[in-house]
Design a binder for this molecule. Structure first.
Ligand SMILES: Cc1ncc(COP(=O)(O)O)c(C=O)c1O
Length: 382
């Protein structure tokens, strides 16, 4: 029994988005939110903050800037000036601000597909031209299609990169990122890097922030991070951008336009505790997630071999190719109706992915097994 992660926690009735979207009999395995308790030091930090009864507008304190600088230096060898860190209520507002502030209507934005739906949706909010380039699926995982990426970047002003990648779980290697960074530098393309899943790389891999590769790429970059995915505190609404160039930063800040507010007072406390006191918890979490990933892969290979699953290198999301099941409708609709499992629909992640579903395995193993059992029996019954 894993004391931190094996125990299912009842989340219904807490206003939880994940468990209130579907009927009561549906097991939700969709949104990127884990069914684990936040780390004990995070809960303790919230308790302590609530000892003080005034909850007015908050500003990040010097010790939080310091904590993030130290964490970036320790985890990635990335030295960042305090001024480069800009706090935000979320990563999604961050990539939208970057697109709005750094590009002009009609500019091209390149995205490797499949990718997180709000990233796909963002260019259209600002009159930008989206250029999709499909990742290549291979036995070992997912890879950039470099010739196509190059061609798309020739006609673009920005690359919207998701690393680690949602939904494939790809963690770009340093070499891959060096290649991509040099393509962007050569073409004077801005890189907006959504790195929200960065602390969830599995199997002892190292995450590399693309902007940490050198001053040329740093000066044209906006990197977005948050404690929200790793420590399962997405509802606390605290994220940050790292923008080394003062010029880029000014344009980014100018795009708040009265729509992007300051950060939640409690979210800032959570971030401080997460970055200073939870590294052991995080190591235990990534070990548990890797076991869940392997358990899922083993069971699917044995019990639903028609589902194709590439090995994930990060996070808690499995990207399942259900094409060979030859279902009548979308696999998301099939499993919702027949298995009572709520998965994310592949079509949301790119036009070519209607035969995929995304399954969130950030849950106690018993729940994961329940989800797999339901999927297996729904297929036996059909
Ligand atoms: C890649 C990616 N970016 C951004 C977000 C959302 O971040 P936030 O809640 O901070 O806006 C998610 C949430 O699932 C995500 O997976």
């Amino acid at each position: 029994m894993n004391a931190l992660f094996d125990q299912p926690i009842e989340r219904r009735g807490t206003g939880c988005a994940k468990w209130s979207r579907y009927d009561e009999d549906v097991l939700p395995m969709w949104v990127a939110d884990m069914d684990f308790a936040a780390p004990p030091p995070v809960i303790e930090a919230l308790r302590e903050r609530l000892e003080h009864p005034v909850l007015g507008y908050a500003r990040p304190q010097a010790r939080l800037f310091r904590a993030i600088q130290d964490y970036l230096a320790d985890a990635y060898g990335w030295i960042v000036e305090r001024e480069a860190i800009v706090f935000l209520p979320g990563v999604e507002p961050g990539f939208n601000m970057a697109l709005k502030g750094l590009l002009a209507p009609g500019d091209g934005v390149v995205l490797e597909n499949p990718v997180y739906a709000p990233l796909l949706a963002a260019p259209a909010h600002w009159g930008l031209r989206r250029q999709d380039v499909d990742l290549i699926s291979a036995e070992q995982g997912w890879f950039s299609d470099i010739p196509k990426l190059e061609a798309a970047l020739d006609d673009a002003a920005a690359l919207l990169l998701c690393n680690p990648q949602n939904p494939t779980g790809k963690s770009y290697t340093r070499e891959e990122l060096e290649r991509i960074a040099s393509l962007c530098v050569q073409r004077d393309v801005v890189v907006i890097a959504d790195e929200i899943h960065c602390d969830l790389v599995l199997d002892g891999r190292a995450h590399t922030p693309i902007a940490s590769l050198g001053p040329e790429i740093a000066s044209r970059s906006v990197t977005l991070m948050s404690a929200s995915k790793t420590y399962n505190v997405a509802g606390m609404k605290a994220a940050f951008a790292i923008i080394p160039s003062p010029v880029v930063r000014e344009r980014f800040q100018a795009s708040r336009l009265g729509m992007v507010d300051s950060v939640n007072a409690l979210g800032l406390e959570v971030a401080l505790a997460a970055y200073t006191q939870c590294s052991e918890w995080r190591q235990k979490l990534t070990a548990y997630l890797a076991e869940n990933r392997d358990h899922l892969a083993t069971r699917l290979a044995r019990e639903i071999p028609d589902i194709v699953l590439r090995p994930a290198e990060a996070s808690f999301l499995a990207w399942l190719d259900c094409s060979a099941l030859a279902l009548d409708g979308s696999p998301q609709a099939f499993f919702l109706e027949n298995a009572r499992v709520g998965l994310s629909s592949g079509a949301d992640f790119g036009v070519a992915y209607g035969n995929y579903v995304r399954l969130n395995y950030g849950c106690p193993r018993a729940l994961l097994d329940e989800g797999i059992d339901r999927m297996v029996s729904s297929l036996l019954r059909r």
